[in-house]
Design a protein. Sequence first.
Length: 738
Amino acid sequence: MFNHSFIKRSALRSLALLALAVVVSGSAWAQYSIQILSSRSDTITGGDALVQVNVPGDPSPLSTYYVKLNGVDITAMFRVVDSPANKTLQGLVSGMNMGANALVAGTRANQAVLAKLVANNFSINGPIFTGAQAQPYVCQTQNFALPAPQAGTLGPAIDAFCNAPTVIRYVYRTTSNTTAALTDFSALPANVAMTTTVTGHTVPCIVRVETGTMNRGIYQSAILHNPTPGGDPAPSPFSPPLGWNKRLIAVHGVGCPGGWYIQGSALGVSPLNFTRLGEGYALFNNTLNHPSNSCNPYVAGETTSMGKEHFIETFGVPSYTISMGNSGGAYTSLQVGDAFPGLFDGVYINQLFPDALIIATTAMHEHLMTHYFAATNPTGFTTADQLAVTGYRGPTTTAFVDAANQAQRTDPIVGRIDIPGYQAAQWSSAVPTALRYDPTTNPTGARPTVFDWSKNVYGTDPGTGFGLRTFDNTGVQYGLLALNSGTITKTQFLDLNERIGGYDSDLNYVPSRSVGAAGAIKRAHQTGVSLSGAGGLASIPVYDHGTYNDTSGYHYQWYHFALRERLKYWNGGNADNMVMQRGSAPDPVTFATFIQWMDAIRADTSATPARQKTINNKPAAAVDGCWQNATTFIAQPQTLGNQPDTTCNTLFPSWTNSYYQAGGPLAANIMKCQLKPISLADYTVAFTAAEQARLSSIFPTGVCDWSQVGVGQVAVVPWSSVGPKVPRLDFTHDADIH
């Protein structure tokens, strides 16, 4: 299966690269070309783009050539610049029409056309490929605080797209290690601190902070820039600041519950990271990259594309772009990096999940378990039995219950009473109560769930207007491993699976098992809303630097192993481009190793394929292991387990979940399993004739065959679209709506 899938994956990746190819006339295709440097040619936004015309040799003088946009001569927008390989023509081209634009380059002497490119431009308000923008939507620019120590907010929105005027402010680090505002550009402040970047430039630690709006979100970027006399020139892609080390970092916020129908009044993680800025890195973020505002990685990918494009048009092309984040910021890094190859060249993450959907799906399994143990069969399972069936750490069920309560992000019912700690229908207080869904008083209101907020991906039930759901437990044999190990009895196993039930579209418990919508499942895989590992992540460094919790919080270690398994699944059975280090790693050490890895890849100019180049250039310190403390690292292959079989497992034991205990894969990448007939050979216990009949009644269509690919389980389609960008994913075959 691996080889076949890998061949299919390689073909898809080749198609993705072809989508970027330049259309060049004549036989000079190998010599002349036009390329968009600020984005893909089919995802330009805002009417402008940094464009490069490649010509053989030295293109000087510029007057020898012409460049036209939609038939209008724009050569004056270009200049001759030194690229890494040779001299080229570059220009910040503005004035593009909405939709398709024709860029043409040629020689003036005979008006020959040497190269041409169709560039597709979209509104800076979006969308590009994420489909119709969700409503209702609450603007929050008036609540977004501008950088301290100056007071004020971005101000009220000026239109329905939540736009507000762009604000640029300067802050600096003082010699007493505080932050101050720079408002007088006539001279350097006497107390400004100096910083030496990783490229060896010593400059004043003055940071330009730009705050503005795009794609209905609020963006912010930060970079060392000295606006005083003798400092840096005005921002331009042709004259980057001296202090910029030509590396760009995307940062993302955290969370998910409550992340819908709002613009967001905060970023979650500020780009004003003076450690990284002082080293010369530039950082950017957007409120829509903060899952507590928008728990939609597909929109986050679109927003990241716009944000990076704008940065390049302002300061120039980075040597490479990395993404950093923990928890929700980690899965945003992973999902954007995989579904949108080229945006990130490496990810540096901790407290990770493969994606947000895996938290919700796992929680829905566990939520059924808590209901069964608390209400359906409150005396039939001891605490030890419950832990065996669910796979979580004991001696109490605290961790298991915590995981189950994350089902709240799939529950639209305000005020639902369930087990202690469960909080259904999480809303931002910014969303008026009158807009919120209530099955009785407001059945057409906005629904606070991951499925409804991302229903452009999942699809919509035509009867209710609700987002389709991917959750499916048909054929799942809960407690299978516990039964076969002798931990629970046949009676317990049969009763659990007979009465576990499922959910309706409002997450009400129902007696029957749940059936996921096949089309929604397939699109979740295609768009990367369910992380694949087959896209951009296959070829870039993935550095997991730890921070684990298997006791009470829901950052369980098995999620890290699930990521590794997903990378292995689509990439020849190995995840050699991933480093997994457990424990609380010292960030200065691990980040330095990660950057050493990135620099080595960038320095490798060979024709080696990108994935192999990443693997070949891994530093000696970039190995699996665990941090016993901030100074003691134990290099050791990382395995899932809670026995003292390795030093790392002794220090950091890990547990699993109900899905895994039902025989499911550690990757947790099958949302709906293929079914097979019941086989008594799958059990270590002997069922009586009556028990066999009962088992057949519980599973009339068969049980999960975990050795088979899941229903709708396909590789991610890089840069896929659900509209308006074409080509779009197919929504026409969703016959089974559940």
